[in-house]
Design a protein around this ligand. Sequence first.
Ligand SMILES: Cc1cc2nc3c(=O)[nH]c(=O)nc-3n(C[C@H](O)[C@H](O)[C@H](O)COP(=O)(O)OP(=O)(O)OC[C@H]3O[C@@H](n4cnc5c(N)ncnc54)[C@H](O)[C@@H]3O)c2cc1C
Length: 431
Amino acid sequence: MTFVERRGTMAQDGPHSQTIAVIGGGIAGLTAALEAAETGYDVILIEKEPALGGRVTRLNRYFPKFCHPTCGLEINYQRLRKNPRVKVLTMHEVVAVDGEKGNYTITAKKLPRFVNEKCTACGECGKVCETEIDDPYNYGMSKVKAARLPHEHAWPMRYVIDPVVKGTDDQKRIEEACKYGAVDFSEEEEEVTINAGAIVWATGWRPYDARKLETYHYDSSPDIINNVEMERLANHDGPTGGKVVRPSNGEPAKKVALIQCAGSRDVNHLPYCSMICCLASLKHAAYVLEQYEDAEVHMYYIDIRAHDKMQTFYERLKVDPRLKFIKSKPAEIGLGEDGRPYVKGERTIDRELYCESYDLVVLATGMEPEAKGVDIKGDVVKDEDGFVLALEGEDGGQFSCGVAAGPFDVALSTMSGTAAALKAIQAVGAR
Ligand SMILES: Cc1cc2nc3c(=O)[nH]c(=O)nc-3n(C[C@H](O)[C@H](O)[C@H](O)COP(=O)(O)OP(=O)(O)OC[C@H]3O[C@@H](n4cnc5c(N)ncnc54)[C@H](O)[C@@H]3O)c2cc1C
């Protein structure tokens, strides 16, 4: 490896770097980084979270086959372990990029983890830590110790300590509990710059903020959740150990409403279709139907978008009489006097008005590009929705893949990761 570290700058010698920087360590970025490294290129993979894997680590199952996302991720981690050409920087949030092909400067905020590479994940720091925080892995639906492993399949398998502990008695307890010299509270937030010859943007997405949907009153009840929270609710390492229950009181959630296009295909929110929400909601219907024989699931939709082979997945679920499809965009969702959420509106086909109560309402919010707030200059542009696109016909060195480039499922994200790796290789030139 030819990385040189000097005064906070990671670089390859010379102005025409052949190093490829991949920004974002989700499934798309992991794919791009590994494909480039396995072809013989040095890669810096930059991730803002304490562990790799991105949003898919928090999914319960993958449509259409219902396999667990950790299987696919684990294969990539094995490839990563075997490949010294990929330098992984976690807890580095890229805030700006400048420069040109062969010589980009990436500015990142390095966040303190307070735990170094000597950590063996023995868990002693977590045992003595008394402070609890909202668990970011579970979207704040549960509490977790401030000294924690990000999740059970985390890569790197290393603890992270929340800054809230600094200066408290917990700090002393944690320092004393660690037998390996892995705890380091002297770490500070700092700015680092990274030099690279080509860049792959793989910054992915965040769920659209359901609080912006004023008539859906997301904040009025814990039993009105969004689709990423539903993934956690159904997951064995989620806040309820995998039981789909009413977050308000822990009772079984047997009657469930799934609300499609919650903010999507709406000029006031996300004007585009996120492509995966109908399929994710069909998956959510399956989670409920699997758990409760007497379940009743209602899917409110504009039209069901199940592309290509996903149509078979849709057809398979459609025949279950416990799953009802209601063509309508609900006008209002709120908390009823009986403490249960209701869904109100007009059916599109027969113009019948309805107002129905549920145990749980799930808003299928779309995917909003995470790169929206990042200061990107040079040979890529952000379209009006914030997706990152390489300029057509330009001789540039920045590319994008995964949901940074468009609303893709995992299969398309990995394919675009491979394509972006190839373009980055072409940009830095033959070795
Ligand atoms: C409810 C729901 C269910 C879904 N279920 C399925 C399914 O069953 N099957 C399927 O195929 N697809 C599913 N999807 C879609 C799937 O989640 C995406 O296709 C996938 O997450 C895309 O991966 P990605 O790497 O592009 O983005 P992400 O998973 O978002 O990863 C991006 C990474 O970049 C990092 N990052 C962001 N900004 C920065 C920065 N400035 N600096 C450094 N790092 C940064 C993030 O922390 C993250 O780790 C679902 C989506 C939703 C909403």
